[in-house]
Design a protein around this ligand. Structure first.
Ligand code: GRF
Length: 218
């Protein structure tokens, strides 16, 4: 008897702007079988000369460079990103160090995620990225930090939280040492959420948007 056909792969669209460490991690884990059932169907970068683009090219991933400044306005840029994702039949969109604003269209609402290097709702919002986040956490005297995966809505770092991972802030931490610890947690959390979506489905993910499902602690 023939084995049952494998279920179709969940098609990921990954949006980047910079160093691409999140993309590299997702790609490596898909390639070595640690995120079974997913495939990167499209990478969109808002910048051409960044390491993330080199990573996408070296990995042979479908890549489009769409720079906001090449479009007349934000809505035109957002529409072009959405068109590219639709053309690639992306089902789940992952913001991965994405520094532009993407207005999520209705057909991608509830299926677009971001990862942020702090415990939202604190230490998020416009300008809160990279080193700035960890500086703010240390300046506030926090004893823990972490990372957050959330559904994307129409405000920076704001949508419903899907999962968080916590790390301690240690005496003597610098923004760099804290970033390192949070980064290690990020490299586990984002793949874990993608695996959960593969397992439970996109409808399950959308339930976080309705408040019916509390955030996961991974
Ligand atoms: C990380 O801080 C992540 O939380 C945020 O972007 C940073 C990674 O950027 N969303 P990249 O993937 O190396 O470009």
């Amino acid at each position: 008897m023939n084995a049952a056909p494998a279920p179709p792969l969940l098609r990921l669209g990954v949006l980047i702007s910079g160093s691409g460490s999140t993309l590299a991690n997702l790609h490596a884990r898909i390639a070595d079988g640690r995120i079974p059932g997913a495939v990167i169907a499209q990478v969109v970068s808002t910048r051409a000369a960044v390491r993330g683009v080199e990573i996408a090219r070296a990995a042979g991933l479908p890549l489009a460079v769409l720079r906001p400044r090449d479009f007349p306005d934000g809505p035109a840029f957002s529409a072009a990103v959405a068109e590219r994702l639709r053309a690639a039949r992306a089902e789940l969109v992952l913001l991965a160090g994405f520094l532009s604003f993407w207005h999520v269209p209705a057909d991608f609402a509830g299926r677009t995620l971001n990862i942020h290097p702090a415990l939202l709702p604190r230490f998020g919002g416009r300008g809160m990225y990279g080193r700035h986040v960890h500086e703010a956490v240390l300046a506030a005297g926090e004893r823990e930090s972490g990372c957050t995966v959330h559904l994307v809505d129409d405000q920076y770092d704001h949508g419903p939280i899907v999962a968080q991972a916590r790390v301690p802030v240690r005496p003597g931490d610098t923004p760099a040492s804290l970033a390192e610890r949070v980064g290690t947690a990020e490299r586990e959390l984002y793949p874990a959420v993608v695996r959960a979506v593969v397992e439970h489905g996109l409808e399950w993910l959308a339930e976080f948007a309705t408040g019916r499902r509390p955030p996961l602690s991974l």
